[in-house]
Design a protein around this ligand. Structure first.
Ligand code: C5P
Length: 414
């Protein structure tokens, strides 16, 4: 069945970002970053320091951003000659990537001897109506990052209202390995998207199961299903973006862990059960998206089952797996439980029945064959008050809507 998918708004649509580059080899990643930000719908105004121009040319950044790069506070093209004011008043955010050790030191001291530091200082940082957030992506050698002076400065700029994105860890341009790498362009794009999401789940802890399970028949064979894990991973990402602390218990899937999410990999339903149960009560919300196998082979021999040439087929007996969602819902101090129902027909009726049978406040119904492995879905929310459909959309947009719905219900309970 093919679902007509409506046009989705771009995640940074309508956002105007000032992208500042200070001097560092990571400037080469900023070219890709402009691409990522504009693809996500943002308009990008690049501002470069003199040192940044040693690493990448303004020509490249102009071509990629489609805007002349601003380089100097003395640029007479600005009618009022106040580039620092104009730029910081127009921006929805200033992102400095790379933010060098020297640039962070400058910010920590409130110095403003070039256009980029000047506009960071001039931004409305505490305005109630239209503050201009400052995000910094540090990039430097690991010794420079670890130096007490840089650490002191990093603490100071955060205390003054800036947000640090990274740094990451790994191979450095100098050949050393350690902390101080600028985050990759796609990661910075995702951090910026997350930054703009409302923090509806701030301070909350969420536990999520996702993906299929794999039930071994012998050491080389097993029974699994077509769940891709995409919906559960999208919910984990949306919850993390909304400020929650997220633990994701994942069956065997080939998906990248959303940034900032703690992931526990499991294979079988029993392993998933054993990973979830000890954690459940410490969470505010449990979302069970995993397609858990209902049965597992009663005995999985340690050696591969062989054909013996007689044409006889092996007799595989089954035993029932524990119902993880129902077990969590039975806990005395249970979290707010959200179950999923993947059905092939009569979605609303099955979802209503499942909600009562598992004794959970909210069941999210979807049509399994229409969504397994796809990037889009349609959800039907069933709770004690009735039903509400979340119209067909990509799984991340739906996950953000579901997070809103969960946050509202937590608010009503409080
Ligand atoms: O019973 P059924 O599999 O249809 O219920 C689906 C819901 O129950 C999903 O939320 C799924 O993650 C959860 N479930 C579970 N443990 C099982 C079976 C299902 O947590 N053994």
């Amino acid at each position: 069945m093919s679902i007509p998918v409506p046009h989705q708004p771009l995640p940074l649509g309508g956002r105007h970002i000032v992208l500042g580059l200070s001097g560092g080899i990571a400037c080469f990643k900023s070219a890709e970053l402009v691409r990522e930000l504009t693809r996500a719908g943002a308009s990008v105004q690049v501002v470069m320091t003199e040192a940044a121009c040693q690493f990448i040319t303004p020509v490249t950044m102009q071509a990629l951003s489609g805007q002349p790069v601003v380089l100097s506070q003395w640029d007479a093209r600005e009618p009022n000659n106040m580039a620092h004011i104009n730029l910081s008043r127009e921006a929805d955010a200033i992102l400095v990537a790379p933010a060098s050790a020297d640039f962070i030191a400058k910010l920590a001291q409130g110095r403003a001897d070039d256009l980029l530091s000047l506009l960071c200082l001039a931004r409305p940082h505490a305005a109630a109506d239209q503050p201009c957030p400052l995000l910094l992506a540090p990039a430097m050698n690991r010794e420079m990052w670890a130096h007490p002076a840089t650490q002191r400065n990093a603490v100071q700029v955060v205390a003054d209202g800036a947000t640090l994105l990274g740094p990451g860890s790994g191979d450095q341009a100098c050949g050393e390995v350690g902390d101080g790498r600028m985050l990759e362009a796609a990661d910075l794009r995702d951090e910026l998207i997350a930054f703009f999401q409302p923090k509806l789940l701030a301070g909350k802890r969420l536990l999520i199961t996702a993906g299929p399970t794999f039930e071994a028949i012998d050491p080389v064979r097993g029974i699994t299903n077509l769940s891709s894990g995409k919906m559960g991973f999208a919910i984990a990402r949306a919850a993390q973006e909304a400020g929650a602390q997220v633990t994701l218990v994942a069956g065997p899937v080939h998906l990248a862990t959303p940034r900032g999410v703690r992931r526990i990999d499991v294979r079988s339903a029993l392993q998933m059960h054993d990973a979830v149960l000890p954690l459940a009560s410490a969470n505010d919300v449990f979302v069970a998206t995993a397609a858990v196998a209902d049965w597992r082979p009663a005995a999985a021999p340690g050696e591969k089952i062989k054909k013996d040439g007689s044409g006889a087929v092996p007799a595989i007996g089954f035993t029932e797996n524990p119902d993880i969602l129902a077990a969590v819902a039975r806990l005395p101090d249970r979290p707010y439980c959200v179950g999923f129902a993947a059905e092939s027909h009569d979605l609303a009726r099955h979802a209503r029945e499942k909600r009562l049978r598992k004794n959970v406040p909210l069941i999210v119904g979807n049509l399994g064959p229409a969504t397994f492995g796809r990037d889009h879905n349609t959800l039907l929310l069933v709770d004690a008050d009735g039903e509400r459909e979340l119209a067909t959309a990509d799984k991340l947009s739906l996950a953000r809507e579901l997070v809103r719905e969960i946050a509202q219900r937590l608010g009503r309970r409080a």
